[in-house]
Design a protein around this ligand. Structure first.
Ligand code: FCB
Length: 462
């Protein structure tokens, strides 16, 4: 009998990130992050959009918590803005900055919504980037100090903690492909950044453990790539292996096993000798986790190049020059991402095997569609998003049925928001945001999700 309902106690949430929703970029002593800087480089962000105002969650968080409560959410995954709580990236905390998160968390708790706090969702204080950023080892120590400050301030009321969100994006979109802040295109720097992000995770987890109550649960959120070979040829399988190493095992190797994969070191030997990895680093990085967050949107399909044409520009995969990416078959979202829930099932079962006993959460999953404005009755119809969520929740149910320990699911996103290099052009929210008035309107997917939460089941399609 296939499982038809989610287990009692399954946690239903929604996620956001500070720079994407808060706005109030110049308030309360906040200083610029690398994203404030990046948005001002012409051509980097669609339409020249910035996170200056975003959804104004900083001022409207009470309304947003009420919306969460109306939907019936049990948890809210949000991130803390580093330059808001430690404006120069060093030294003492800003109490004004911390107060915003104290108020937010207290309001969540008052509504029975569990706060799930991410320390780093890509907004490095600009001062730290000016001092070298993630390619510099010192940034990892700065992160540990920051983790300590936030842990000390909020540890009494936040039970679930995440060090980093998707360090792959920070390292490789930020320092290799240059499509995310800080926009650098230096392969060796990107590999150094990846290591220092992992080190930051380990040092940050240690710092949190030292200040948090025993019951607090510490995690990291990754975006493992469900990568498939175009054909079963040896060359295509090798292309798959390379991308798996450069996108997933580069983090799960040190974090879960305390070692970098040999094939990764060999594939990147022409770029770096990895001498920035110091004795003891891997032990720090392998800090015990209480859960692992998996963000999933779409799978990848790769093959080996059949000619020797150089790649068209900076790549997010240093050391994988001979790999070609293909659009996987199937319907696509407004991001042009293929909808394929089997990738989520694949990743959940993979990590259940690779990290036995480690509870998993789907920490982000969702889709952008070109939703219309609210109609005359104030309704935003988003049947495609409902279909996307239904398909992926069914994949989670299959994983649960297979015995995978998944404790929760967080839809990306609660609100339409600033989608990084795409600016405000891509709407991921289950709640519509009018960027003129900043009015919020729950979409039909919010109502549908509420029903799933209330019943613990996926309603029949139709
Ligand atoms: C993830 C990010 C999140 C959001 C979604 C669409 O990679 O973590 O901030 O932009 O993609």
């Amino acid at each position: 009998m296939p499982l038809t309902s989610f287990p009692p106690g399954f946690v239903w949430g929604a996620a956001t990130a500070a720079y994407q929703v808060e706005g109030a970029a110049h308030e309360g002593g906040r200083t610029p992050s690398i994203w404030d800087t990046f948005c001002r480089i012409p051509g980097k962000v669609r339409g020249g959009d910035t996170g200056d105002v975003a959804t104004d969650h900083y001022h409207r968080f009470r309304e947003d918590v009420r919306l969460m409560s109306d939907i019936g959410l049990g948890a809210y995954r949000f991130s803390v803005s580093w330059p808001r709580v430690q404006p120069t990236g060093r030294g003492p905390a800003s109490q004004r900055g911390l107060d915003f998160y104290r108020r937010l968390v207290d309001d969540l708790l008052a509504h029975g919504i569990q706060p799930v706090l991410t320390l780093y969702h890509w907004d490095l204080p600009q001062e730290l980037e000016s001092a070298g950023g993630w390619p510099e080892r010192g940034t990892a120590q700065r992160f540990a100090d920051y983790a300590h400050l936030v842990g000390e301030a909020l540890g009494d009321r936040v039970g679930s903690w995440t060090t980093l969100n998707e360090p792959w994006c920070s390292a490789f979109l930020g320092y290799a492909a240059g499509v995310h802040a800080p926009g650098r295109t230096d392969d060796a720097a990107a590999l150094r950044a990846a290591h220092h992000l992992s080190l930051a995770h380990g040092l940050g987890a240690q710092a949190l453990r030292a200040v948090l109550p025993r019951r607090a649960r510490i995690s990291v959120v990754l975006n493992p790539n469900d990568v498939r070979a175009l054909t079963g040829s040896a060359a295509d399988l090798d292309a798959r292996r390379r991308i798996d190493a450069l996108s997933t095992r580069i983090f799960t190797g040190p974090m879960l096993r305390g070692a970098y994969p040999d094939d990764l070191l060999a594939d990147t030997a022409g770029i770096t000798d990895w001498s920035f990895v110091r004795d003891g680093d891997l032990d720090v990085i392998k800090h015990p986790l209480d859960w692992l967050g998996i963000n999933y949107y779409t799978p990848s399909v790769v093959s080996a190049a059949t000619d020797n044409r150089p790649s068209p520009g900076p790549s997010a995969y240093p050391g994988a020059g001979g790999v070609v990416f293909h659009q996987p078959p199937g319907p696509r979202t407004a991001m042009d991402w293929t909808v394929d829930p089997s990738g989520l099932h694949e990743l959940l079962t993979r990590f259940a095997h690779e990290a036995p006993g480690l509870p998993l959460a789907v920490s982000e999953n969702g889709a952008a569609y070109d939703d219309g404005r609210p109609d005359g009755r104030g309704v935003v119809h988003d049947p495609e998003r409902i279909a996307y969520l239904r398909g992926h929740l069914a994949a989670v149910l299959r994983a649960l049925e297979d015995g995978v320990d998944v404790w929760g699911y967080f839809v990306w996103s609660l609100l339409d928001n600033f989608e990084w290099a795409y600016g405000y052009s891509k709407r991921f929210g289950i709640v519509y945001v009018d960027y003129g008035s900043l009015a919020r309107t729950p979409k039909s997917s919010a109502r549908w999700y509420g029903e799933v939460i209330r019943t613990g089941r996926l309603p029949a399609a139709g």
